[in-house]
Design a protein around this ligand. Structure first.
Ligand code: ADE
Length: 255
């Protein structure tokens, strides 16, 4: 990015005390403390207007649970965007199990932008009219139901933050990790050489870097094929082996 303001996540939630939570420690926490990124957790309830500060109501048409009110959430979103440069619109996300599944590709896009505004859902849902009126992009972190969007938002922010420049330090930039190349990560080993009678695979201690690389590639491919047929189907088939060119001995010339 060319501008100087750091990447920023703005979270709209009924439980602002859940932030930074786990994002306040380790890699993300150190980066937060050193100003490499910013986190703003805003209480949706602060935008309630009635005497009881109510944010939800019963679903139109009947049914269980409560629905987050469109007017309250719209006011919370608008308040969070006051003073925002209109030329630098930020993605507006809504964490929801019915959203599009989050992918590493989307994480990389979000990490490259100014940082998203994230609405955390609670209750049975959110009035559809505010989702439409504010163009919220629904994002799911998996096919299971959490009790709210906060934990999903923490996961999304963590995935973005580790990609920001300067956050990972000396560690690999992420290019070799699961998903970046469309494959799952190969298995890793370290000392001791023998663990409960099981040695480190010999090839890894051979010092032959080409052999190590091709072993790892084969392991990644086998794991991906077995565990994630959906990812495996997207890997282009290997080109057929080209016949090797005959090496011309140095002291001979053609013709
Ligand atoms: N809120 C509840 N469950 C969720 C999920 N799986 N992904 C994103 N947000 C959620």
């Amino acid at each position: 990015m060319t501008n100087s303001s750091p990447w920023r996540a703005t979270v709209l939630t009924l439980f602002p005390e859940m932030f930074p939570g786990p994002l306040g420690v380790s890699l993300a926490g150190r980066a937060l403390a050193s100003g490499l990124w910013q986190l703003e957790a805003r209480d949706i309830r602060a935008s309630a207007t009635d005497r009881h500060r109510s944010v939800d109501d019963t679903p139109a048409g009947g049914g269980p649970g409560m629905v987050l009110r469109a007017d309250v959430l719209a006011a919370a979103i608008d308040a969070a965007e006051i003073g925002q440069d209109p030329s630098k619109e930020r993605p507006r996300l809504l964490m929801s199990p019915r959203g599009r599944p989050l992918t590493q590709a989307r994480v990389m896009e979000l990490a490259q932008g100014p940082g998203p505004l994230i609405v955390c859902g609670r209750f049975e849902g959110i009035d559809q009219r505010v989702i439409d009126a504010r163009g919220l992009e629904e994002v799911s972190i998996g096919d299971y139901v959490l009790s709210g969007g906060e934990i999903a938002a923490l996961a999304l922010i963590d995935a973005c933050v580790r990609l920001l420049p300067g956050v990972m330090g000396k560690e690999a930039s992420g290019t070799e990790e699961s998903f970046s190349g469309g494959l799952l990560e190969y298995p890793q080993y370290t000392r001791p050489q023998l663990f409960e009678g099981v040695p480190i695979p010999e090839i890894l201690t051979s010092g032959d870097h080409a052999k190590v690389a091709s072993w790892r590639r084969a392991q990644s491919e086998a794991l991906t094929e077995a565990r994630r047929p959906d990812l495996w189907a997207q890997i282009p088939p290997k080109p057929p082996n080209r016949p090797r060119r005959q090496k011309t001995p140095k002291n001979k010339t053609d013709g």
